[in-house]
Design a binder for this molecule. Sequence first.
Ligand code: SUD
Ligand code: ADP
Length: 300
Amino acid sequence: MTDVTVRVPAKVNLQLGVGPLRADGYHDLVTVFHAVSLFDEVTAEPSDRLAVSVRGDSVDVRGVPLDGGNLAARAAVLLAGRLGVEPAVSLHIRKAIPVAGGMAGGSADAAAALVACARLWGADHEDLPKLAAELGSDVPFSLLGGTAIGLGRGEVLTPVPVRGPFHWVFACADGGLSTPAVYAECDRLREVAGRPVGRPEAARELLAALESGDARALGGALDNDLQPAAVELRPALRDTLAAGRAAGALGALVSGSGPTCAFLAESAEHAADLAAAVRAAGVAETVVRAHGPVPGATVI
Ligand SMILES: C[C@@](CO)(OP(=O)(O)O)[C@H](O)COP(=O)(O)OP(=O)(O)OC[C@H]1O[C@@H](n2ccc(N)nc2=O)[C@H](O)[C@@H]1O
Ligand SMILES: Nc1ncnc2c1ncn2[C@@H]1O[C@H](COP(=O)(O)OP(=O)(O)O)[C@@H](O)[C@H]1O
């Protein structure tokens, strides 16, 4: 068998409702994941031992581990262990998803490695979602793609109907934010506020806007419970969000745990104008456009 290459999308959480801290250190979520056309590619090549290489065309890949700690390598080792084979594979990762940006780039690479190695080793694809959930809360969605409600710690997925495409602009920051640190800051802010934390629910207006393809309504319904924590840890995000709103975004929010900010546009043309305006405001390291929803990890 020769090389297998898998293309896998980034995600943005259109809603990220965070429940109270659980005994296992995770939070119950109600989230609406949305896969967007910003893709990493993972190529799996038969080799005498496990190896990882990473290349980034326009993203800084210095924070990406090249050893067994890389999520793609962890995925290969997990799958090989289940199949009883050696993880004898070289994984070449081509990154376009910002690192530690709140767009699930590491999870995407793990999902892509699962699909690529499953193809190389002749494994059943039906077993992959369970393995994906063992690797990380966001990995099952990276496999699935599209738009889906995520419950539990984000791994229990239900696809939702969407009349797309929706057009987005992403403002990527210089340097990432740690996901556990942002959840911990969210807990701290809630403790300081002293208000009880209820169970989040999927926002009906948001699901209706997705189903009818109403970008304006979707812009008004975007919501992220981690945003105050991300802004507290990275105060410059206030200016980034304000610049997108001032430039005419239909909605603006921090993507997941940040620091990437997502801006919703009315059309592809509007997204081009919005991207130019956000770029000109000088509030982000890089500004990219993308549309969603798009499919999850796919062999190309
Ligand atoms: C915030 C989100 C939103 O989609 O994504 P990112 O912004 O990181 O991409 C996710 O919840 C991140 O998922 P993922 O990055 O897969 O997290 P995991 O590896 O499973 O967990 C890392 C750490 O995040 C915290 N965590 C994660 C998920 C969850 N439901 N509750 C949590 O409290 C825990 O501290 C956990 O130890
Ligand atoms: N293949 C990978 N790509 C990116 N980061 C990875 C990868 N494997 C492990 N990591 C580690 O995971 C951390 C979080 O990365 P990432 O998934 O890009 O961010 P986020 O959780 O904010 O979406 C990185 O800082 C890095 O140390």
